[in-house]
Design a binder for this molecule. Structure first.
Ligand code: FES
Length: 337
């Protein structure tokens, strides 16, 4: 691991913003009066975001003053954790894992791409779009090689990288196009390529009944994942389905499985920013084919769908799928009329 030092060039008169200080104060309040330094790690996260992705020396001193810590103690923490950047970073900051599993699976090829496009470790590209460092294991070895990329939309993992898909991803980042986190091949999370080989049954929590969702197409047949596990395991769901009357009012969001779209050609869900081919496939697999379905989601539906498609919590809200879907739904129905 590299030696980490304060950046030689520091901004003049840097001060944490009022909103950052307010957030830090919230964390400080969580600890007893003589233990306020315990808030240092979240405070550093906040300071790093506030300063545009790195921690200037002035921020380090300001945190020391706020938490009653000697500056050298703050410095020790900042220099220890590679997640805190001590130099300015690019718009998209790449932390590439070079530890053994990632190395065995080709991280050297990815480093070659970064060296060619951005420069040596620790560089920022000339246009300020990309920067990169090499880091130790980020805990996603099953999907090696991988990288974490941080930008103003968050910090996400990009996995199962090859020189080719990594390069294409960098092109998209630089040109402002959507890049989807997670595996960059056909894998679903860390399942084997081509689908899971075990645990293929319906699982113990499937309720053997059919319902209708308020925001799904009429006449869609559904079987439903139940909520809390039952004391006794129910038999696996049978494929044959009897017709069941729609529930008068569904009090909880239900997740649907259908044989296919029931009202003509499915919408191109990829038009929703944040939905790529993988999420579209996952949503279709759950019986969601149309903008109007997504446009009708309530908060509880969003939460349920996020769990089912293994999306990062909060991502659907952040990317405004529901709002986008409503707009697209109006356009689609207008075009049909
Ligand atoms: S070795 Fe790369 S994520 Fe663990």
């Amino acid at each position: 691991m590299s030696m980490r030092r304060l950046a030689i060039s520091q901004p003049e008169n840097f001060k944490l913003s009022a909103s950052a200080k307010k957030k830090i104060a919230t964390w400080v309040k969580k600890y007893p009066k003589d233990r306020q330094r315990s808030a240092l790690i979240p405070a550093l996260w906040i300071a790093q975001k506030d300063a545009g992705g790195w921690i200037p020396e002035a921020a380090l001193r300001e945190l020391g003053d706020m938490l009653g810590m000697a500056y050298i103690r703050v410095y020790e923490v900042v220099t220890f954790y590679t997640m805190f950047n001590m130099e300015p970073v690019g718009e998209h900051h790449i932390q590439l894992c070079g530890t053994t599993p990632c190395w065995l699976r080709g991280s050297d090829d990815l480093i070659a791409v970064l060296e060619r496009r951005v420069g040596p470790r620790g560089s920022v590209s000339d246009d300020g779009k990309l920067s990169w460092v090499e880091v130790e294991c980020l805990g996603a070895c099953a999907n090696a090689p991988m990288a974490q990329i941080s930008n103003d939309t968050g910090d996400s993992y990009y996995e199962d990288l090859t020189a080719e898909n990594f390069e294409a991803m960098l092109d998209n980042l630089v040109s402002g196009k959507s890049v989807y986190s997670g595996p960059q091949n056909t894998r679903h999370t860390s399942e084997p390529e081509g689908g899971n080989l075990t645990l293929k049954g319906e699982g113990p929590y499937v309720e053997d009944k059919l319902v209708y969702l308020p925001n799904t197409e009429k006449k869609i047949k559904m079987s439903v994942h139940g909520g809390a596990p039952k004391a006794k395991r129910k038999p696996a769901v049978k494929k044959s389905v009897a017709k069941v009357k729609p529930a008068a009012k569904a009090s909880k969001p239900k997740v649907i499985y259908t044989d296919g779209p029931t009202d003509g050609k499915p919408d191109d869900l990829k038009k929703i920013k944040g939905i790529g081919p993988k999420f579209e496939g996952d949503l279709n697999g759950k019986g969601i084919y149309y903008f109007r379905q997504i446009g009708a989601w309530k908060a509880a539906d969003v939460k349920m769908v996020e769990a089912l498609i293994d999306s990062i919590p909060g991502r659907i809200k952040r990317d405004e799928w529901v709002k986008q879907a409503k707009t697209l739904s109006k356009k689609t129905s207008g075009a049909k009329a």
